[in-house]
Write a protein that binds this ligand. Structure first.
Ligand code: SF4
Length: 290
């Protein structure tokens, strides 16, 4: 389907969904049961983080980003019993999903299709299109919301302060940055680092879906509200479903806080580390040793 047509169809489906007429396709809706089954316990209050995890993640160093380079020596991390068990995740692609995949698609082809894009108003303020970086065979894809100033200048996602923290998080998981794939919902920098607007997300997100379809990662880790709300097609706040597992086009999806949020709220690092441990358990990773 043409990206423009797809965006229009998605906008109508989303409109219908907002009116309560959906869901039209199961994998883009945060199951109410899953979210509602994620009681306060599923997400520890940010005001009362786990003291043990806070200590383990080095939160006492409020301004430091070193916490992730010194992960706690955890036992083999296991998927939390609070999470939806893997077996309950949908295994079959939905009709929408199956028809949506582009046969023979590649990252190069997607980049070529984007071209010198002017499809949405974000093109006016950008220096570079920030497509994505990393391994096309990555088992883990991180999705953020959009490029910031440093990313816009360099044309690479997550290279500023938040990017450095993300790199530390990746390394704490026993991986290198080049082992994963990193991209954003929108490819051009929103002015003043504001959140991408709905029309911009609707226009640009088909490229993200194609990237995910090409890579077919085992796990997608959404960083922050924008990415998780876009992929899960929900308006619910991330704290309602952070740390829970969902299915997205054949991959397992988990949402956690954005590294930029952690720079402002270092007390949340322990929560994020717990989420990353769940990802590590699925991928069979051991934390990096000092
Ligand atoms: S944000 Fe996406 S759709 Fe908008 S101009 Fe940039 S590449 Fe095109």
């Amino acid at each position: 389907m043409e990206p423009g047509n797809r965006a229009r169809v998605e906008a109508w489906l989303r409109y219908g969904s907002d009116l309560g007429l959906g869901p039209y396709y199961r994998d883009r809706i945060v199951p109410e049961t899953a979210v509602m089954a994620a009681p306060g316990a599923a997400v520890e209050s940010l005001d009362q983080p786990s003291q043990a995890m806070a200590a383990a993640a080095g939160q006492t160093d409020a301004g430091s980003t070193l916490a992730f380079s010194q992960p706690p020596a955890s036992p083999a991390a296991s998927v939390s019993s609070r999470s939806a068990p893997a077996g309950s995740l949908a295994q079959e692609p939905s009709l929408f999903e199956a028809s949506d995949r582009i046969e023979g698609d590649t990252l190069d082809l997607i980049r070529e299709t984007i071209g010198d894009c002017t499809r949405c108003k974000l093109h006016k303020g950008r220096t570079n299109i920030v497509f994505g970086v990393g391994s096309m065979k990555a088992q883990l894809v991180f999705v953020g919301e959009g490029p910031g100033r440093d990313e816009d200048i360099k044309g690479e996602p997550f290279v500023g302060r938040a990017g450095k923290l993300l790199t530390q998080m990746i390394e704490a998981m026993g991986l290198r940055r080049e082992d994963v794939y990193i991209c954003n919902v929108v490819k051009c920098r929103p002015p003043e680092n504001r959140l991408p607007e709905k029309d911009e997300i609707t226009t640009c997100s088909p490229f993200l879906f194609r990237q995910i379809d090409v890579i077919r990662p085992k796990v997608i880790c959404c960083l922050g509200s924008c990415a998780s709300q876009t992929l899960l097609q929900t308006t619910q706040g991330i704290s309602r479903f952070r740390g829970e597992w969902f299915d997205f086009r054949g991959s397992k999806l988990i949402a956690t806080y954005h590294p930029a949020y952690l720079l402002r709220n270092p007390n949340a690092k322990g929560e994020v580390w717990k989420d990353l441990q769940k990802v590590m358990a699925v991928l069979g990773l051991q934390p990096k040793r000092k």
